[in-house]
Design a protein around this ligand. Structure first.
Ligand code: 2RA
Length: 333
């Protein structure tokens, strides 16, 4: 099984290698792909050094699977080239997510929809993944009608430049190469990605549109406020969810406890609730602060935290690859 990682030297690419090794993904040959200037650079994987190869060489090697985390323009240009060569692409960018011909997959919810015809598979946005994992089983029982979500997103979601800005500001320096238009340390920015004509940011509209596509229900009403906070890893979200059917909190708790991918962390009497620092290195989506919204019927408040580089990106992509190998062993080339 040959596997290409396009964007192998970025934050998510590095996390992908870590997760692939941890989960003992059955690859026999790794093809790290990065920018032309990185070709030849060595990438360590399971104690072995692999040279970064060019995009063309990776395509020519005809890997069974290629996982992309290299931005939308690189994916738009090169994912179809891999697909034409017979490779199945799993893409972390937003390039294909809302394309009606492409599947947007969170394995716990909809991996079963995949077929051998799907040669470009979209990995959802990190903040969307943790939301739909948390609501998956509750939706089946009570039918989600409306979601109001406010996010508190870590700087690792932006990338290394943002991490450097936070660290420099935290050290009392002015950021040498800022990722944000304002200081991020001791501050919060209600601005993730770019603003659209409707006054929402692209990040907020990703949550609105991707959630409905993954949950397979365009009637679900979603409104989002996405905020960047000075945290080094782990996205948090406050969800207010209105259901079609009435619920009992004890039943909600029991359903969350059996929801695939969820870890219930909810005991305020012991100050136990999900926090970003507790999500680091974990693949579970941590859920807590369960309480009824007393201001309107059939509505629940909950707090959802996940490692945005892992379940929010790398692990979700690897789980899709594992599904492909398990269910549809790609033709060996
Ligand atoms: C962010 N979700 O957190 C976006 C992209 N990873 O910046």
């Amino acid at each position: 099984m040959k596997l290409a990682i396009v964007g192998a030297t970025g934050l998510v690419g590095t996390e992908l290698l870590k997760v692939l090794a941890e989960r003992q993904f059955p690859l026999t040959e790794l093809l790290p792909v990065a920018s032309a200037k990185s070709v030849g650079q060595l990438v360590e994987f399971r104690g072995k050094q692999y040279p970064v190869v060019s995009m063309d060489d990776a395509i020519a090697a005809r890997p069974e699977i290629a996982i992309f985390s290299a931005g939308g323009s690189v994916s738009k240009e090169h994912a179809p080239r891999f697909a034409a060569a017979g490779t199945t692409v799993i893409d972390n960018s937003s390039a294909w997510r809302m394309d009606p011909t492409k599947k947007l997959v969170v394995p716990e919810l909809n991996a079963f929809t995949l077929t051998a015809e799907d040669k470009i598979i979209a990995n959802p946005n990190c903040s969307t993944i943790q939301l739909v994992v948390a609501l998956n089983e509750l939706h089946k029982v009570y039918q989600v009608q409306r979601i109001v979500v406010s996010t508190y997103q870590s700087v690792t979601g932006t990338g290394k430049k943002a991490v450097d800005q936070l660290l420099e500001e935290r050290a009392g320096q002015t950021a040498s190469n800022p990722a944000y238009p304002h200081p991020i340390d001791l501050n919060v920015l209600p601005h993730i990605d770019v603003f659209e004509d409707n006054g929402y940011t692209k990040e907020e509209m990703k949550m609105v549109n991707e959630t409905k596509k993954i949950m397979g229900d365009d009637s679900i009403r979603v409104t989002a406020t996405c905020v960047r906070i000075p945290v080094m890893g782990g996205h948090s979200e406050a969800l207010n969810v209105e259901f079609a059917r009435e619920f009992e909190l004890d039943d909600v708790r029991a359903i969350l406890a059996r929801t695939p991918g969820v870890e219930l962390v909810d005991d305020p009497s012991q100050n136990r609730y999900p926090m970003p620092k507790d999500s680091h290195g974990k693949d579970a989506v941590l859920v807590g602060r369960l309480r009824r919204d007393e201001t309107q019927p059939r509505t629940l408040n909950l707090w959802v935290v996940a490692d945005n580089l892992r379940k929010g990106a790398a692990t979700n992509a690897v789980q899709i690859a594992e599904y492909l190998v398990r269910e549809m062993v790609p033709a060996s080339h």
